[in-house]
Design a protein around this ligand. Structure first.
Ligand code: ZN
Length: 147
């Protein structure tokens, strides 16, 4: 295992043990909640996106959930990334993440763009775990359609 793999693995474990933005924020202003399940692995994510008064900027993303370390770490990494960006920027990030995760190891997530979530790059080589990593991102995509 390379040093990078080790680093990425530690980041995933760290986020799953110390999840960021865990606990749903109050529903106020424009907000929407999405509940997603991955029955294959037993992962569940409930995610809430709140949009600022301008209607475009994401105020914050909070979540609750249970399941494997990849699903929980991915939710934690995602919420860190989305705060304060616009809906369009979020959509672009979600699309890029999905493309990389479905690439079977061909595409890498850019750490400058994806921050800690770039650690999930390696998951794309394990098709059974892609759904785990995607779960929170699908939840955000869904919530933003309604927030
Ligand atoms: Zn899982």
């Amino acid at each position: 295992m390379s040093d990078l793999d080790t680093l990425y693995r530690e980041l995933i474990i760290d986020h799953s043990k110390h999840p960021q933005h865990f606990g749903l924020a109050a529903e106020e202003g424009a907000s929407a909640t999405s509940h997603q399940r991955n029955p294959v692995c037993g992962d569940e994510i409930t995610l809430r996106a709140r949009v600022a008064a301008d209607g475009e900027t994401i105020r914050d993303v909070t979540w609750e959930g249970s399941g494997c370390s990849i699903s929980q770490a991915s939710a934690s990494m995602l919420t860190d990334l989305m705060e304060g960006i616009t809906r369009d920027e979020a959509r672009t990030l979600i699309e890029g993440f999905r493309e990389a995760l479905r690439s079977r190891g061909q595409l890498e997530l850019d750490e400058d763009v994806y921050g800690d979530a770039a650690a999930l790059t390696g998951v794309s080589k394990f098709s059974a775990r892609v759904k785990c990593a995607m779960l929170a991102w699908v939840a955000l995509e869904d919530a933003l359609l309604r927030a």
